[in-house]
Design a protein around this ligand. Structure first.
Ligand code: NAP
Ligand code: MG
Length: 462
């Protein structure tokens, strides 16, 4: 994937208003692999105007035709899946097999699911003596992070387009090449000009201009709590719709009846995958006191096996954040079992898979999102305490429960204040609503619940 000098606005690659660029760095070898334009509020203005101009036509396009365009987009993503995987690997650093299976595979599934939903969703319904129309909210400003670069884009853009909205995307500065590749796919799928627009740039410049733009009707943001809070406040002041996906500190609760080895191994794999840069990762493992040391031993062995197989984290900044959390864990008295703050390699933003035992619920590493390959194992005495610990953070995005019988795990999971729970390992479902309780966010993505975020109702009474 060769970087574009321009931005995709109104159906063409046009030069940015300013001359500043952003360097794209490969986190494995720290080499600059490309440069993209650093957009400003002028570029955001052009893009929002293009999206506004395209809105009436796209909103009036029959849903089955919108569905056909989304299916065409999905087909382009399928045709270019190797290039997608290579591009994500180049700018995020994730190992190629993971990029192929997840970073390319999941967005294809999600784009396909919205092609189908656009064709089958009831955009019009009868309620007694009324007809209710589900209409697009309007122009969407989408702001996405780097951790699942294409998935985060598709999880916003596909439902927005299915709903009849038009979009301006500001992707993460660390992974703009994947976003440019997506824009190429939109062009190749022959979507009407202005329906999707891309402005690369820095968060506090281009991102903020997009979130504040008066002609944006809905802001959909995924990223840090600090930025999400500001975007929520800006949107609130403008009485604008907002969706926030802000990360988590999810609990993996292993009940005493569970298959301990399986629960621990799957739990460690969940935390280490994507080098721990997953908002829904089960970064707190809760184990009954009777099985605690056995679980710690199993987790240490599993994490050691990951050793060399995980990729780096995305940037030097992210590596230093993760390291300082590891140092904090040690300073606050947790027991370092595997890993640590030292770099395992001379070059690249690598962090060793790290496991802490004797973590207490009030420690920083048990409360804050680390976003690196770091697992905290916490002890509980009884089920009541396990519920209290699991629910004892400001977050509530995901989680896992393990027990011998599904019914036991389900009964426990019903008591968790969280948006998603995997029962005995679960399986990814691209149609299941994804989003947070508490400070993990506002709104849901994926499936029909993700589609309704981009719709508003109008009712006629007869
Ligand atoms: P971030 O700054 O919140 O980045 C998310 C997106 O928001 C990026 O596109 C970013 O642009 C943009 N942005 C930044 N400041 C903005 C502003 N003032 N107005 C509008 N948009 C703005 O997150 P980060 O710095 O990349 O990561 C920091 C931490 O956030 C991580 O360590 C992790 O804990 C959390 N995080 C969570 C998720 C998640 O999936 N929930 C994803 C990523 C990060 P830039 O790329 O230019 O900054
Ligand atoms: Mg940032």
């Amino acid at each position: 994937m060769k970087a574009h000098h321009g931005m995709y606005i109104g159906g063409e690659w046009r030069l940015a208003a300013g001359a500043d660029t952003i360097e794209v760095v490969n986190p494995v070898d720290e080499q600059v692999i490309g440069r993209v334009p650093a957009g400003t509020s002028a570029d955001v203005g052009h893009a929002v105007r293009a999206a506004r101009a395209a809105l009436p036509g796209w909103a009036a396009t029959p849903p089955t035709e919108r569905a056909a365009k989304l299916a065409a987009l999905r087909d382009v993503l399928v045709a270019r899946k190797d290039e997608i995987a290579e591009t994500v690997t180049a700018e995020l650093g994730s190992p190629l097999p993971f990029s192929q299976a997840v970073h390319a595979g999941v967005p294809i599934l999600v784009a396909g699911s919205y092609a189908e939903l656009a064709a089958t969703y009831a955009f019009e319904e009868k309620v007694g003596n009324s007809t209710v129309y589900h209409e697009p909210v309007g122009v969407v400003g989408a702001i996405t992070p780097w951790n699942y670069p294409l998935h985060q884009i598709v999880a916003k853009v596909a439902p927005a387009l299915a709903a009849g909205c038009t979009v301006v995307l500001k992707p993460a500065e660390d992974t703009p090449l994947t976003a440019q590749l997506f824009a190429e796919a939109v062009a190749e799928a022959d979507l009407p000009a202005g329906v999707f627009n891309l402005v690369t740039g820095l968060g506090p410049v281009a991102g903020q201009a997009l979130a504040e733009h008066p002609d944006v009707d809905l802001v959909s943001f995924t990223g840090s709590t600090a930025v999400g809070r500001r975007i929520g406040a800006t949107a609130g002041a403008a009485v604008k719709r907002v969706a926030l996906e802000l990360g988590g500190k999810s609990a993996n609760v292993i009940l005493p009846s569970a298959d301990l080895a399986k629960a621990v191994n799957v739990g460690v794999a969940n935390v280490m995958s994507n080098s721990g840069q997953t908002c829904s990762a089960w970064t707190r493992m809760l184990v009954h006191t009777s099985q605690y040391e056995e679980a710690v031993g199993l987790a240490a062995a599993a994490a050691t096996k990951y050793g060399d197989r995980i990729g780096p984290v995305v940037s030097a900044k992210q590596r230093s954040r993760v390291r300082s959390y590891i140092e904090k864990g040690i300073a606050e008295g947790a027991r370092l079992v595997v890993g640590g703050p030292e770099s395992p390699r001379e070059q690249g933003y690598f962090i060793s898979p790290t496991v802490f035992a004797d973590v207490t619920p009030d420690m920083t590493i048990a409360q804050e999102e680390i976003f690196g390959p770091v697992l905290s194992i916490i002890r509980y005495e009884d089920e009541e305490e396990a519920v209290r610990i699991a629910n004892g953070t400001v977050y509530g995005l995901a989680g896992a429960v393990w027990a011998a019988e599904e019914a036991e795990a389900v009964a426990f999971a019903r008591r968790l204040d969280t948006g998603q729970v995997d029962i005995n390992g679960g399986r990814f479902n691209p149609l299941a609503p994804f989003g947070g309780y508490k400070q993990s966010g506002v709104g849901r993505e994926l499936g029909s619940h993700g589609l309704t975020e981009y719709l508003q109702t109008k009712s006629f009474q007869f």
